[in-house]
Ligand binder design. Sequence first.
Ligand SMILES: Nc1ncnc2c1ncn2[C@@H]1O[C@H](COP(=O)(O)OP(=O)(O)OP(=O)(O)O)[C@@H](O)[C@H]1O
Ligand SMILES: [Mg+2]
Length: 378
Amino acid sequence: MPRIPFKYGQIVKGSNFTNRKKEIALLRDHFTSLTSSIVISPRRWGKSSLVKRAAEVAMRKDKKLKVCFLDLYKVRTEEEFYELLANEVLKATTGRVFEIGKNIKKFFSQFIPKVTFSPVKDTEFTIGLNWQEVKKKPDEILNLPEKIAQQQKIKLVVCLDEFQNIGFFKDSISFQKKLRANWQNHNHAAYCMYGSKRHMMLEVFTKQSMPFYQFGSLIFLDKISNKDWTRYIMKQFQATNKKISPEDAQYIPALMENHPYYVQQLAHLCWLNSEEFCDRKIITKAHDQLLMQLSLLFQNLTDTLSNKQVNLLLSIINDEPELSSSQTIKRYSLGTSATVNRSKNALIDKEILDQFSGKLEFVDPAYKAWLKQHYFKV
Ligand SMILES: Nc1ncnc2c1ncn2[C@@H]1O[C@H](COP(=O)(O)OP(=O)(O)OP(=O)(O)O)[C@@H](O)[C@H]1O
Ligand SMILES: [Mg+2]
C-alpha cells in the first residue's frame, strides 16, 4: 500500500484501481479475440486506466498477445500520427534493440525509415519517417500492425487514446477512410479507440455516413457505483490506519456524484485532514477546500458565458423539468425556445453540459456544486 492511498490525475493501477470487473472482462475478451472496440465516456471517468488494466489482464491470459499504446493527445497532423504509429508498433514488437534494423528490412518494402538510437539509453530507438514518401504510400505504415503480427505469429492490439483528436486533422474524413480501408482487412491485429468528447466520438463511430461506422464494439463506460466507492474508500483508510464509517464513506462519492477523478481527489483531501477518524465535518470542509481550489478556474469559465447560458445552468441546477416551457423561459429569462436550444448547444460544445439519454447534465460535478454553493448561492 502506498503511503498516500488515493490517487487522481494519472492512470491508476494496483491498489488504486477499483472495480470495473465487467468492463475488464469484456475488453479482455475483445483483445484476445482481436475484436476492435471503442470506449466512450466523458473526461476523467477512467478510460485510460481501464484499457491499460484490461490489456495487462489479456496479455497474462494470452501469451501470444501484444498490446501497444498510442496517445494522440498531442498529435495534430496526419504526419505525426504515422510517425507515432510506426514507433509504437515497432517498439512493442521488437524484442531487442539490435533487431530493429533487421525488422525494418523485413517489414518495409516501399521506403526505409531512419532509425536513431538513444545516446543515453541503449534500450531505446526512434523511427523517423520522410513525409514525402509516407504521403505517397501511407498503407505501408497503416498495414504495419498486421504485417508484423502475421510474421511474428502474434496477435497485436493497437490502443489509440484521445482518438477524438483525429477530428482536428486537415481533411479528417479522408484520413479516416484510409484507416478504415486498411484496418478492416486485418486479421492478426485489432484496434481499441477511446476518448472523451462524447458527441464527437459518437459522430465518428455511429453515423452511417462516416468511415468508421460499425467498425467495432461500442462500450459506454459508466461511473463507478456509490457502493463500490464506499468499499474502496473504507479499504484505503483502513490500510493506512485511519478510520471512516460506512455512512461517511458513502457521503464522499455522493458529494461528487460518483465521478471517478473527483471521488479520489475528495477522498484524498478527507484523508489528509483526518488524524485518525474522518467524520462529516471533515468531509464538508474538504469539499469546500476542493471547490475553493477550483474557484478561479470556474469563475473564468463562467465569465466566458452569456447571461442566457448562465441562466440556463441555473434552471438545470434547480431541476426544472421543462427547459423550453414558457414558464421556465420567463422565470429564468432564457430568451425564446430557439435561444434555449442555442444556449444548450453552446454549453454542450464547451463541454459544460452533456446529454445522457435525453437528460442534460453537468459534465463536471464540482463546477455544478461551485455554481450552486458559491455563484448562485441557492
Ligand atoms: N477504476 C478506477 N479506480 C479508481 N479510480 C479511478 C478508476 N478509474 C479512474 N479513476 C480516477 O479517475 C482519474 C482519471 O482516470 P483516467 O485518466 O483513467 O480517466 P480518462 O477517462 O482516461 O480521463 P481523460 O478523459 O482525462 O483522458 C484517475 O486518476 C483516478 O483518480
Ligand atoms: Mg485518458
